[in-house]
Design a protein around this ligand. Structure first.
Ligand SMILES: *Cc1c(COP(=O)(O)O)cnc(C)c1O
Length: 501
C-alpha cells in the first residue's frame, strides 16, 4: 500500500481555494472569543491543493471494499445496495441546508417527513408510536430498555434481569448491562431456536424483559414466538424485538403482531441507508401504547396542518441524542419506503429469503450445515470439515478477497464452530450469486488440494496477511507521529501472555 498520509503530501502555502478580500469591518478576536478559549499555537493541518486532496481520498476509497464495488454478504449486517436516488433527495437544499435550531415554522417539510416516517415505521412494525432519535441499533436497544425500566418503575416494580438467547448479537447483552440489568442467557435447542422449556424455567417476577431477534442470527424463524411472549407477559415482563433482522420479514409479518412490546430498527440495514464506513447509523425505536409516554423528547407531532417538535411528555426518559436523530438517514429511509411502496417492501423480504436459500442449496454439499433446512434471509455454514485439515474459516474468508468478494461474517453466532454467516440480501442478481458460489466451491477445493494458497491469502489486496495479535497489541503509529509532529506512541510492554491468546 503506497498511498502516503495527507500530511506527507502537504507543502507550506498550498491551497485548494482563494477567498476574496474581506469586505466587512475587521473585529479583534478578543471581542469574539474570550482569551482563555483561544489556542496559543496554530493547529497542525496539512496544506494541499484541491487535486491532491481529491486524488488522495479517491485513491484511499479505492483501497476499500464497498457495496458499490462488489458483493458484500456480511451476515446479520444486511449490506444491501444503496439506491442513488436517495442521495439526490437527501441533497435537496431544503433538507441539506437547514439548521436543527431553525423555528419549526421554517422547516415544515423536514418535520413533515419525520412525522410521516414515524407513522410508516409504526405501521411496518405493528407498533403505536416511534422515536427517530437513536443513532444506531445498539443505541435503540439501550433506549428501549430504559423505557422498559421506566414502565416497570411507574408500576412500583424493579425487576432486575433481562433474558437473551445464546445466539444473540453481542449488542443485546451489552445494552442490557449498560441499562443496569443482570443478563440471563437462554440456550438454543437442537433446532437452533430458543429452548422454550428452558425459557419457562428462567422467567419469573424478576424478569424485566426478553430480548429476541426474529428470525434469529442463524436465519431461523422463532416459530414459538407467540407462546414465548405469553410466558414473559404473564410474569409481568416485556418483550423486546431486535429489529436488525426485519429485512427477512418485511411486509410479511410484524413484530407487533408476534407479541413484541418494543422494537428498534436499523435504518442502515433494512432501509438501505449507507453504513459500514459509508455513513452514520440510525436506530429508531417503536413501542406499544403502554410505553408511549416514556419515549424520548422531542417527538414530531401534527397540529392541524402544522408539524412541530413536542417536548411535552412529562414521563419521558429524556433525550438520548443531540437534536432529532441522523436526519440525512431519515430522508434516505423515507425515500426508500416511498419508492417501493407496500408491495415493493413485501417483495424485499421474499427475495432476500429466496437469495439466501439459493446460496445455501448450492453450497451445503461442500461445507457443513449445522442446522440443516430452509432458512430466512441468511444462513450459517461451518468450516469444521476444512478445519480438520488445517484450513480454518478465517483462512477461507481471507481467500475470498482474492476473488473480489467481501467475506461473510465469521465466528458468529458463537454457538456454531468455525461459523460462516452468509446474507446475500435481495439486491443481488443471480449472476453475482453464481459467481460467489463458484468462488466458494473453488476455495473448498483449494482447501483440500492446495491448502498453502488459502493459508497465505489474501494475495491481491493492498495489504496482505497481517499478524492479527501483533497488529492489535503493537500498532505501528510511529511513522505517523514522525510526519505529523503528534506525540509518539509509547512502545507497548512485551505481552505477558502467549501471542494470539
Ligand atoms: C447490527 C445488529 C445490531 C446492532 O446494530 P448497530 O447499528 O451496529 O448498533 C443488533 N442486533 C443484530 C442482530 C444486528 O445484526
Amino acid at each position: 500500500m503506497s498511498e502516503p498520509l495527507i500530511f506527507e503530501l502537504s507543502a507550506p502555502g498550498r491551497r485548494g481555494y482563494n477567498l476574496p478580500d474581506i469586505d466587512v469591518p475587521r473585529q479583534p478576536i478578543d471581542t469574539l472569543i474570550p482569551k482563555e478559549h483561544q489556542r496559543s499555537t496554530a493547529p497542525s493541518l496539512p496544506e494541499a491543493s484541491e487535486p491532491t486532496v481529491v486524488r488522495h481520498y479517491t485513491r484511499l476509497s479505492q483501497l476499500n471494499h464497498s457495496i458499490d464495488t462488489g458483493f458484500y454478504p456480511l451476515g446479520s449486517c444486511t449490506m444491501k445496495y444503496n439506491p442513488k436516488i436517495h442521495e439526490t433527495v437527501a441533497g435537496l437544499p431544503g433538507f441539506r441546508s437547514i439548521h436543527p435550531l431553525q423555528p419549526d415554522s421554517t422547516v415544515q417539510g423536514a418535520l413533515g417527513l419525520m412525522f410521516e416516517l414515524q407513522e410508516l415505521l409504526a405501521a411496518i412494525t405493528g407498533m403505536d408510536a416511534v422515536s427517530l432519535q437513536p443513532a444506531a441499533g445498539a443505541h435503540g436497544e439501550f433506549t428501549g430498555l430504559l423505557m422498559i425500566k421506566a414502565y416497570h418503575a411507574a408500576q412500583g416494580r424493579l425487576p432486575g434481569t433481562v433474558i437473551a438467547p445464546d445466539a444473540a448479537h453481542g449488542t443485546n447483552p451489552a445494552s442490557a448491562t449498560a441499562a443496569g440489568y443482570h443478563l440471563v442467557t437462554v440456550p438454543s435447542n437442537q433446532r437452533g431456536r430458543v429452548d422454550i422449556h428452558h425459557l419457562r424455567r428462567l422467567v419469573n417476577e424478576d424478569t424485566a424483559a426478553l430480548m429476541l431477534t426474529n428470525p434469529n442470527t442463524l436465519g431461523l424463524f422463532e416459530d414459538e414466538i407467540v407462546e414465548m411472549a405469553q410466558i414473559v407477559h404473564e410474569a409481568g415482563g416485556q418483550v423486546y424485538y431486535d429489529g436488525a433482522n426485519l429485512n427477512a420479514i418485511l411486509g410479511v409479518v410484524r413484530p407487533g403482531d408476534m407479541g413484541f412490546d418494543v422494537v428498534h430498527l436499523n435504518l442502515h440495514k433494512t432501509f438501505t441507508t449507507p453504513h459500514g464506513g459509508g455513513g452514520p447509523g440510525s436506530g429508531p425505536v417503536g413501542v406499544k401504547q403502554p410505553l408511549a409516554r416514556f419515549l424520548p423528547v422531542p417527538n414530531v407531532v401534527r397540529d392541524g396542518q402544522m408539524y412541530r417538535l413536542d417536548y411535552q411528555r412529562p414521563e419521558t426518559i429524556g433525550k438520548v441524542r443531540s437534536f432529532y436523530g441522523n436526519f440525512g438517514m431519515l430522508v434516505r429511509a423515507y425515500t426508500y419506503i416511498r419508492t417501493l411502496g407496500r408491495e415493493g417492501l413485501t417483495q424485499v423480504g421474499r427475495d432476500a429469503v429466496l437469495n439466501a436459500n439459493y446460496l445455501r442449496a448450492r453450497l451445503n454439499d461442500r461445507f457443513d450445515e449445522p442446522y440443516p433446512g430452509p432458512t430466512m434471509h441468511e444462513f450459517v455454514l461451518s468450516g469444521r470439515r476444512q478445519a480438520a485439515r488445517g484450513v480454518h474459516t478465517r483462512d477461507m474468508a481471507k481467500r475470498l478477497m482474492d476473488y473480489g468478494f467481501h467475506p461473510p461474517t465469521v465466528y458468529f453466532p458463537l454457538i456454531v464452530e468455525e461459523a460462516m454467516m452468509i446474507e446475500p440480501t435481495e439486491t443481488e442478481s443471480i449472476d453475482t450469486l453464481d459467481a460467489f458460489v463458484e468462488a466458494m466451491r473453488e476455495i473448498a477445493r483449494e482447501a483440500e488440494e492446495e491448502p498453502e494458497i488459502v493459508l497465505s491469502a489474501p494475495h491481491v489486496t493492498p495489504v496482505g496477511r497481517v499478524d492479527e495479535a501483533r497488529a492489535a497489541r503493537q500498532p505501528d503509529l510511529a511513522w505517523r507521529a514522525a510526519s505529523t509532529g503528534f506525540p509518539k506512541a509509547e512502545e507497548p510492554a512485551a505481552p505477558d501472555t502467549p501471542e494470539g491468546v
